[in-house]
Design a binder for this molecule. Structure first.
Ligand code: ASP
Length: 307
């Protein structure tokens, strides 16, 4: 009996103030999320792999300038775009990631190549770009990643001398988790990191176990929020461990890591997770989290604020 497929995606958590959100902006974000969800779902509906579905959904979000990943990634202190991404297969527990990458159009495609075509898990900086080039991945010039909105955020952050998660604590990292008909799960996360970041700062998104994790025995997870806290809490793996070692259910374990563990550390954010039993968890301790989800045979959902 094939498993029912599930897919969830996020476009970041944080202080998404209703006052700052126009009806048009909200509609445009919802549409971008649903478009990405449909792209991933089409793969699952045809019996495709969870791994392909999460990569395709994240690529679509990377190509949309609303989100802080790929096109529209935030600016570093010296005016660059340094991107981080990771992907993991729950069936084999193979993983691939890239950090501090410049000029690669879809960092998630690079993470997938690291997983499948290198002997490594994490490649970084110019070496990662060289590998991308050798793999024939599409490159893009700095203008491609530019967005006026992120540029303004960067100017404000620079003037104030702060490193920001995003304007007024919005984390627009993107991610996807899925379970396919074969009962395999996968997770993917991609980000530009923090506005005005320097010194080669890397967050949780490309770190397996912190921002991304997948294991068929437990769940697939993609996180968004205050990266330093997700690193310290090893949040994605911690969620998997609560299921594996403590026998907790997905929803209960996901709520625990975000509402108790993360909050106790002082970290803001959320995560998306699925297991192989059809469960979908979307907890966040911030004002909102851009998210969309679908379970086979059910209507897709899309939301920004608490329901
Ligand atoms: N977690 C990401 C980072 O710290 C930020 C985000 O979720 O938007 O790099």
């Amino acid at each position: 009996m094939p498993s029912k497929y599930t897919l969830a995606i996020h476009g970041g958590a944080g202080t998404i103030l209703r006052a700052e959100m126009t009806a048009e902006k909200e509609e445009a974000h919802r549409k971008a999320l649903l478009d990405a969800l449909r792209i991933g779902e089409a793969i699952l509906r045809e019996g495709g792999k969870a791994l392909d579905a999460v990569e395709a959904a994240v690529r679509s979000l990377e190509d949309c300038e609303f989100f802080n990943a790929g096109k529209g990634a935030v600016f570093t202190n010296d005016g660059q775009h340094e991107m981080d991404a990771s992907i993991m297969c729950g069936k084999t527990r193979a993983a691939g990631a890239a950090a501090m990458v410049q000029g690669v159009k879809n960092p998630i495609a690079l993470a997938r190549r690291v997983m499948e075509a290198s002997d490594h898990v994490l490649l970084c900086g110019p070496g990662a770009r060289q590998f991308a080039r050798e793999q024939g991945l599409e490159e893009a010039p700095p203008e491609y990643f530019f967005s006026e909105f992120r540029h303004q955020q960067w100017q404000v952050a620079k003037a104030r001398g702060i490193i920001q998660l995003d304007h007024s604590k919005k984390y627009s990292t993107v991610g996807a988790v899925a379970c396919d008909h074969h009962g395999h799960v996968a997770a993917a996360t991609s980000t530009g990191g923090l506005t005005n970041k320097k010194y080669g700062r890397v967050g949780d998104s490309p770190i397996i176990g912190a921002g991304t994790y997948a294991n068929d025995l437990t769940c697939a997870v993609s996180c968004t929020g205050d990266g330093e806290y997700f690193l310290r809490g090893v949040i994605a793996y911690d969620l998997s461990c609560l299921i594996e070692y403590k026998g907790m259910g997905l929803i209960e374990a996901a709520e625990f890591v975000i509402q108790q563990k993360q909050l106790a550390l002082g970290g803001e954010g959320g995560l998306i997770a699925v297991d192989t039993k059809g469960n979908i968890a979307l907890p966040f301790n911030s004002e909102g989290m851009y998210r969309a989800w679908v379970r086979e045979g059910e209507e897709a959902g899309v939301a920004i604020y608490r329901l």
